[in-house]
Write a protein that binds this ligand. Structure first.
Ligand SMILES: Cc1c2[nH]c(c1CCC(=O)O)Cc1[nH]c(c(CCC(=O)O)c1C)Cc1[nH]c(c(CCC(=O)O)c1C)Cc1[nH]c(c(C)c1CCC(=O)O)C2
Length: 359
């Protein structure tokens, strides 16, 4: 095990483990990204995946929001992308400006193009190096989050060849080729297991799985296709890490939180369509994360304050019973047009309205 400086702010880990807190920890998905001028400056000189692949650059960009917002942020998330996993599986992915696969998987026959065995640690060792370097450089200021994409979301990208509104091709696979789909999902899941274990061993203190396309599946199809691969990931990662296990979060955007809660994760991320009071029946050991509508950050100071207060009241009320432990966040990633000072105001409002009643 690598030695790291002691952690000075453990709110995120306490919330994930269900321990008492002075206020809700807060971080933001995509907090290192294009809304920050310092990120755009780095991006001027470097290609997106070049930043991911160069530990020094990935570290610099990961720490940008921590330097800017100081004590207002309670976590860093390693700068990378979910699509590094398809790359490790032998597929070409470029960012122009959105993700693009020049040779997507058209039919199950194309699965032959993927190598039978992959040395995940070798292919993605650059992420492990970035994590180790970043955690050292953070000096214990905040914990560092590692992540990967969920098998269903990654499968959809590998088949669609990029972002898609309808997911026509990947959903055609599910219904025309259910067995091949399930095989592909488990193949991706095995890569994710090795990858997440490697990230934790390299220094990641919490692991988040992004199933951003979960909401395109009916509850039955989420249960049939996505959930088994998500369960496999949570079970195997915890098993392999043993006494070094770290908390795990599942963000299955658009999926029923009740179904997501069956995945075996410590924290369930909620998008902004969910009323926190409606999930009060989830097992109390599960912590929650989320869930402000990211576009509220376009609404100006008064709207941000009002909506953050409403969010805090809802999470802290807990639907009448004991409230779940809670990590404040947006309900999806922060968008490029947000004024960084409005992000600061969001963080300040969370600190103000989430204090108290958390023991
Ligand atoms: C679906 C998905 C992707 N990537 C990711 C997801 C899951 C979360 C989600 O649903 O948003 C995850 C992701 N992508 C990025 C991070 C960095 C860590 C963080 O700050 O949260 C994380 C956690 C950086 C990024 N990933 C990307 C950018 C912008 C690209 C650029 O700098 O040119 C960043 C900062 C590119 C990317 N990468 C992806 C898309 C669809 C795009 C283009 C859309 C966009 O522009 O926002 C795939």
């Amino acid at each position: 095990m690598v030695e790291f400086p002691p952690l000075k702010n453990d709110r995120l880990l306490r919330a994930a483990r269900g321990e008492p807190l002075d206020r809700a920890p807060v971080w933001v998905m995509r907090q290192a990204g294009r809304y920050l001028p310092e990120f755009r400056e780095t991006r001027k000189n470097h290609d997106f995946f070049e930043i991911c692949r160069t530990p020094e650059l990935a570290k610099e960009v990961t720490i940008q929001p921590i330097d800017r917002y100081g004590d207002l942020l309670d976590a860093a998330i390693i700068f990378s992308d979910i699509l590094v996993v398809p790359q490790a599986m032998g597929m070409e992915v470029i960012m122009n400006p959105g993700p693009h696969f020049p040779e997507p998987l058209d039919t199950p026959d194309d699965l032959k193009r993927l190598p039978e065995t992959i040395d995940v640690d070798k292919e993605l060792g650059y992420v492990y190096d970035a994590i180790t370097l970043t955690r050292k450089e953070l000096g214990g200021r905040v914990p560092l989050i590692g992540f990967c994409g969920a098998p269903w979301t990654l499968m959809a990208y590998m088949i669609e060849g990029g972002s898609s509104k309808t997911l026509q091709k990947s959903k055609t696979w599910l219904f025309k080729h259910p067995e091949e789909s399930q095989k592909l999902l488990m193949r991706i899941a095995d890569v994710c297991v090795t990858y997440l274990v490697g990230q934790a061993r390299a220094g990641a203190q919490l692991l988040q799985v992004f199933d951003s396309n979960a909401g395109d599946l009916s509850p039955y199809d989420f249960t049939t296709f996505s959930l088994p691969s998500l369960k496999h990931i949570a079970t195997k990662v915890k098993e392999r890490l043993g006494s070094d296990a770290v908390p795990m979060t599942l963000f299955a955007k658009g999926a029923s939180p009740t179904l997501a809660a069956r995945g075996g994760y410590d924290v369930i991320g909620l998008d902004w369509t969910v009323d926190p009071r409606d999930v009060s029946t989830l097992p109390i050991e599960i912590s929650l994360q989320g869930n402000l509508d990211p576009t509220v950050l376009y609404g100006g100071r008064d709207a941000i304050e009002r909506e953050v207060r409403r969010m805090c009241d809802a999470f802290l009320a807990g639907g009448g019973g004991k409230p779940h432990r809670w990590i404040a966040n947006l309900g999806h990633g922060i968008t490029p047009g947000v004024d960084p000072e409005d992000m600061r105001w969001f963080l300040q409002c969370v600190q103000k309205y989430s204090a108290g009643s958390l023991d």
